[in-house]
Design a protein around this ligand. Structure first.
Ligand code: ZN
Ligand code: ZN
Length: 167
């Protein structure tokens, strides 16, 4: 889905997107439909402010106990799109800058909405997935899920995957 800067009227454009074709189903598992909302506003001749939302339910395997769990995803984000023909300015800071307003430079005054949705979902989801903050994980020696049962293994003060080898 592509929108030219010139197509955006003074009052802006609002899209309710039910198309899910942009969603990275190969990388993320979801348990429901994806709905996204995009609002485009002109900000001078060469700039467009994009406000977006992504709503869905994601399924993960917990990093600690490996149980499957689902999590509602409600992302909202803002991207400043700037048409910068020829010379794309170097990013002023490192990519990990915490500025809430990301600037994206475009070689053409065309907004690829699906590409932006796809990028944003990877930027916004956290890398760590725990079924709960207090997840006790798995016993490293016998492999039971310690959220569900307890085991008689000797507790090491610092559990490590090599604990069993040290004896
Ligand atoms: Zn867990
Ligand atoms: Zn155990």
């Amino acid at each position: 889905m592509k929108v030219r800067f010139g197509e955006i009227p003074e009052q802006g454009l609002h899209y309710d997107i039910h198309d899910e074709s942009w969603f990275p189903d190969r990388d993320l598992h979801r348990m429901g439909p994806v709905r996204s909302v995009i609002v485009l506003k002109r900000n001078g001749d060469d700039r467009v402010l994009l406000e977006g939302e992504i709503h869905t339910i994601l399924a993960y395997d917990c990093d600690r106990c490996t149980e499957n769990f689902s999590m509602e995803l409600d992302l909202s984000f803002t991207v400043n799109l700037e048409y910068a023909p020829g010379n794309i300015p170097e990013p002023a800071e490192h990519e990990c800058s915490l500025s809430e307003m990301d600037v994206m430079y475009l070689k053409e005054p065309i907004i690829d909405v699906f590409e932006i949705l796809n990028q944003q979902i990877f930027l916004m989801i956290s890398e760590k997935h725990l079924c709960s903050e207090s997840c006790k994980g798995m016993c490293l020696q016998c492999g039971v899920n310690l959220n569900l049962e307890t085991c008689d293994c000797k507790k090491e003060s610092k559990p490590s995957p090599f604990a069993i080898l040290k004896r």
